[in-house]
Design a protein. Structure first.
Length: 473
């Protein structure tokens, strides 16, 4: 009977997860440049290529692109790659909830508490918001927690394998190594075997990095740690917002109630991960994902620990208070879920994709200047794209003229929501046209903008570019 209830519980979590995450999978269409980089790398792996424009391939580790590539058959269209990447994110987060359920069921021997924990993990607001996106964090969250799950089941070598795969998914996976070493320190021989296993898994990527070592610190995450601006304690604020405050606070308090054999490693890993992201220069909701399974588990270890202390009629009132606190936490998470679904419902369609598709339909060799990463342009069907951020300190109109003459750029995206392009090209955006004399390499030209399409209620204008020698030239 208990086995049947366990199977029913697991099945219910899978079904709830699919239902909870399908809105994000269906609605999420607006991806960041990193997403298209993963897709490009996955597509390239089919021909044993691992490269991106400007050598930024060293920034992105290979395990997530490899999984996307494995899910696709040769010659699969780009839509299939998009769906595959989304499904990996969705089922990684469902996998996290199943591990939380199984882990707590094994530790607490309570099917109800374990099921509630798995349900809270599924319905964590940041899980809902990222479940339909193309990011490596969902997969990394699964591998990171699975590493400690394997330790809890005394499958130590499996833990090292999972740690190696986590380190091949995101650079923060290397933080699992000292946490595992702390757990295995009492058995030096097993520690050495585990380290050798991890090195064996990581060595192909290490060889690849060494073969591109001149580019490593220029185009990788370690280089980004050197950027002087940091998020500071705002990362802790993100944890409060995207895990919901009660879950974050009670979950953090519950880390001290983890089983003794896991507690030092878990706390060391989470402290190191938090420290890195306090020092990081970039804030994003997705960085909080790897904390969720540990905080959910901590919350229920806290609850179980307090309940054990309060057993007996003398402490019945306190026991009821602890149950009430758990219920209030669950309601708090559900309240933030309402906010998450409201955000999903308001997810804007990326007007740049519609603009790119219109251009590609009329000009298959279209080269565009706008607010985009080069890999985005290719996934949208354009031949090439140039980002405003490549301008640097140069004057904008001569730079546009150079892109026109050297790279064949014939179109320009102007978006009212993009502050960068608004500041640079305010006049054509307001007027809808512009003729501007431009000196370039000793000659005078006339650069002209003609509007072609007005999209997103006029907030995005697609300009046709023309560059002609000025009169007398």
């Amino acid at each position: 009977m208990r086995d049947r209830q366990y199977i029913y519980s697991m099945s219910a979590l899978i079904l709830v997860g699919i239902a909870a995450y399908l809105p994000a999978v269906l609605l999420s269409q607006n991806f960041i440049a990193d997403s298209y980089c993963y897709l490009t790398l996955a597509e390239g792996l089919r021909s044993f290529s691992y490269s991106l424009p400007e050598f930024r391939h060293l920034k992105y580790l290979p395990f997530y692109p490899a999984l996307i590539s494995l899910l696709n058959f040769p010659g699969a269209g780009r839509e299939v790659y998009l769906i595959s990447a989304k499904l990996i994110s969705m089922f990684s987060l469902i996998g996290v909830s199943l591990l939380v359920f199984d882990f707590l069921f094994g530790e607490l021997r309570s099917l109800r508490l374990a099921f509630l924990a798995g349900l809270l993990a599924l319905l964590c607001p940041n899980f809902i918001l990222t479940s339909g996106n193309i990011l490596s964090e969902p997969l990394f969250s699964l591998l990171g927690f699975a590493c400690f799950f394997a330790l809890a089941r005394n499958r130590n070598y499996l833990a090292w394998i999972l740690a190696g795969l986590a380190a091949l998914t995101r650079w923060e996976g290397l933080l699992l190594v000292p946490a595992l070493a702390l757990r295995e320190g009492k058995t030096p021989r097993r520690l050495l075997k585990g380290l050798l296993l991890g090195v064996l898994i990581y060595s192909p990527w290490g060889w690849f990095v060494l073969s591109h070592r001149s580019e490593f610190f220029t185009y990788s995450y370690p280089q980004e740690l050197m950027i002087p601006s940091h998020t500071g304690l705002f990362f802790l604020l993100d944890v409060l917002l995207f895990l919901s405050p009660l879950l974050a606070l009670l979950g953090a308090a519950g880390l001290g109630f983890f089983p003794k054999r896991l507690r030092p490693g878990v706390i060391l890993y989470l402290a190191a991960y938090t420290g890195v992201h306090i020092f990081w220069h970039w804030r994003a909701m997705r960085f909080t994902l790897p904390l969720v399974p540990f905080f959910i588990s901590g919350l229920f270890f806290l609850f179980a620990g307090l309940r054990k202390k309060w057993e007996g009629g003398k402490f019945a009132r306190e026991r009821r208070a602890s149950v009430a606190a758990l219920v209030v936490t669950a309601v708090s998470v559900l309240g933030f879920d309402v906010y998450a679904y409201m955000r999903l419902a308001r997810l804007p369609a990326d007007a740049r994709i519609e603009a790119a598709q219109k251009l590609a339909a009329s000009d298959q060799a279209a080269v565009v200047i706008g607010d985009m990463d080069p890999v985005m342009a290719r996934w949208w069907g354009l031949k090439r794209g140039f980002s405003w951020r490549e301008l640097g300190t140069r004057k904008p109109y001569p730079w546009v003229a150079e892109r026109y003459l050297k790279d064949g750029a014939r179109y320009l995206f102007w978006s009212g929501s993009d502050r960068f392009s608004t500041d640079l090209f305010k006049e054509p955006g307001q007027k809808g046209y512009l003729s501007q004399p431009v000196p370039y390499e000793g000659r005078n030209y006339l650069l002209t903008f003609y509007p072609m399409y007005f999209l997103d209620q006029g907030r995005l204008i697609v300009f046709n570019l023309e560059l002609r020698p000025a009169e007398g030239e």
